[in-house]
Write a protein that binds this ligand. Sequence first.
Ligand code: BES
Ligand code: ZN
Ligand code: ZN
Length: 497
Amino acid sequence: MKLTVVKTASLQSKNDLMVYFVTQALKKKAPLCADKDVAGMIGRAFTAGDFAGKEGQTFLYYPEKIGKGGVARILVVGLGKDDPSREIVRKAAGSVAACALKTKAEKLLLMVPELTGMSGEEVGECLAEGMILGGYQFLKYKSKQKDDEKPGQINAVSFFALQEQGAVRRGMKRGQAAATAACAARDMANEPGNFWTPSHFAEYGQGLADKYGFRCKILDKSAMKRLRMGGVLGVNQGSVEPPKMVVLEYRTGKKVPTLLLVGKGLTFDSGGISLKPSNAMGDMKYDMCGGAAALAAMAAVGEEQPKGLDVVAIVPSTDNMPGPGAIKPGDVITQYGGKTVEVLNTDAEGRLILADALAYGIEKFKPAAVVDLATLTGAVIVGLGHHRSGLLSNDDKLVEKLLTAGERSGEPLWQLPLAPEYSKQMKSTVADLKNIDKRDGGTITAAAFLQEFVGETPWAHLDIAGTAWNFTEKSYIPKGPSGIGVRLLMELIRNWR
Ligand code: BES
Ligand code: ZN
Ligand code: ZN
C-alpha cells in the first residue's frame, strides 16, 4: 500500500474512493462538511435518519460524474464528538479500508480532518495505521480465484491535508512504519506450523540485519548446548525441528541505555507429553506471536532509527512436540545460569524457553529494562478476556511507561500483582523451582517463575494469550492474528526517557 500526502484534491480526480471524515454536529443538526456538494448529500442522509456523524457511522454514495474523470465513490465517515480519540480515528480508517476491500476500490483519496485535541501529526499517524492494518489480508495459501471472486486490494492512498502538510506526512510515515511491521508479525503468525519453523525466525532476523545494519547472532542447537540453555533444549527434545535463538541488536553508537525485548517464539505448542486436547489445538501455531512482535518491532526500529536508546531483541524458538525423546513430567532441567527446574507439566513450556533468553540477555547486554511478550497462559484469558493484555512487573516506572504506551497505541494493558507469596508457590521439593503450581492465579505464578531469572533488572512481562489472535471486532483488526505488541513497543521506544 503506497501512502502519499498530496497538495490538491478534487472530485474530478481519478480515485476509486474519496473519503470525508466528519464530526457529529451539535443540537440535532447535520454534520458539517467544507465541500458543499458533499454537505448536501450529508444533509439528505441526516434528514433520512441514516447518518448523524456518530462514531462508527458511515455512508457510501456515487456522485455524478463530471466529464471523463471524477471519483467513483464517496464515503463519509463519522467520528462522533468533535474531539475524537486516537483510537476512534484509527477505527474510522479501519472502516474505510473495509469499504475499499468490499467495493474493490484500489486508489483512495482521504480528506484529512482537522480535529480538536489531536495534532495533524497524530491524525496522519492514526489514519495510516487504520488503513494499513484494516487493509491487511493473508492470501498466500489461497489458490487462484475467478475474477469476480477475487478479493479487493488497496494499492494507493493519498492524504489531502489543508494545513500542516509536513506534520501530517511525518505522522503518516510513523503510522506506516509501525503498522507495516505489525502486518509483518501477522504474516509470520498466519503461516502454519509446518512452514514457520525456528529457522524461519532466524532467516527473518538475518534479513532485518542485512536490511538495516543490525548485528544478528543465531544460536543453534550446539551453541545452546555449549551455553547450557536447558530450557530451550528441554522443550525441543521431542521435536524433529532444530531450535534457534535469534539475537538482534540495534545500536545507536552512542552511550545510551539498552532496552531488551524477549518474545516467545513457540512455533507450535502441542503441549508435549502433557498433550493438549485436540479441539482448537490448531490455534497453537499462534504460540509464536510474542516472538513475531519482538522481531517485527525491530523492523519498525530499523525504519525509524530512534536516537537515545539501543534495542536488542531475543527470540527463543522451538516447537513443543511429544516425540520419543520428549521431556517428561517430573524431569529436571538446568536453565541458563544454573537454576534447576522440575518440569511437572510439559505444556508450561513458554516459561522454560523465556527463562533461558531472559537470563542470557540480561547477563550479556546489561539492559536498563527488559520487556518480554508471550502467549503464556490460558489463565490470562479467564482473568482479562480479550481486550487487555496482562502486565506483570517488578518496576513501577516501567509499568507507567507501558500503560501509557498501551493507551496511546490502542493495545491496552492491565496490571496483575507479583509478590513473594506467589514466588514461594514455584519452589520445588527436588529442584530449585517447579514450572507449575495449582491452576489458581496461573498468569501470576507463570510471571513469578520468570521473575526468578531477571534479578534486579527492571522487567515487565506481557501475557498476550488473550489478545494475539481472533479477539476483537475492531475494524482495523481482521480475524486471525492481531499483530499485538508491535505498535505498543514502538510507542514505548519513541517516548523512552
Ligand atoms: N501456549 C499456552 C498458553 C495459551 C493457551 C495461549 C491458550 C493461548 C491460548 C501455554 O504454553 C500453556 O499451555 N500454558 C498452560 C500452562 C499450565 C499447564 C500451567 C495453560 O495455560 O493451560
Ligand atoms: Zn503450552
Ligand atoms: Zn505455549
